[in-house]
Design a protein around this ligand. Structure first.
Ligand code: ZN
Length: 153
């Protein structure tokens, strides 16, 4: 999220030890979705940043959310793509608005499950507003990404 990244097996992965957002990645490794909240007024904000845009407080905490949301938008990336993505195209990229944090939207992929490839859900079947839930995908020892799947029940 800090705009920095590293490559592992061809995947561009985020740096997860930046003090600004490392708790997001630590929580993901635990299977939790956390969003930064202002320590004074409580307003949630994403991506993480040092100061609250509502009250200018520098106090902050991390709030555990339910990990459920709805597809707010999506797209299908087209070439040219990095080789690791090109191998799985066509696939989807979704923007998910969280149920318990209206206005907070995360970019990810809608997949069939934790171990499923990026192209495991046909983009033609995706509907704006459909419910999704977070899955936690370990990409490297210190990098767990959040993707999305359709609820099982
Ligand atoms: Zn605030």
């Amino acid at each position: 999220m800090a705009g920095d990244e590293k490559m592992i097996d061809g995947w561009p992965l985020p740096v997860t030890d930046d003090p600004l957002d490392r708790e997001f990645y630590r929580a993901a490794r635990r299977g939790e979705l956390v969003i930064q909240a202002c320590g004074d007024c409580g307003k949630l904000r994403f991506p993480p940043r040092p100061m609250c845009p509502a009250c200018q407080s520098l106090a902050q905490r991390w709030q555990v959310l339910a990990g459920r949301g709805r597809v707010w938008s999506y797209t299908v990336p087209h070439p040219p793509l990095l080789p690791v993505f090109n191998a799985q195209a066509p696939y989807n990229v979704v923007v998910v608005e969280l149920d318990d944090a209206p206005g907070i939207r995360l970019v990810g992929n809608l997949v069939a499950g934790t171990e499923a490839p990026l192209n495991s859900v046909d983009p033609a079947t995706i509907r704006i507003g459909e419910p999704v839930e977070a899955v936690f995908v370990a990409m490297a020892e210190d990098v767990t990404l959040i993707r999305w799947r359709r609820p099982l029940s």
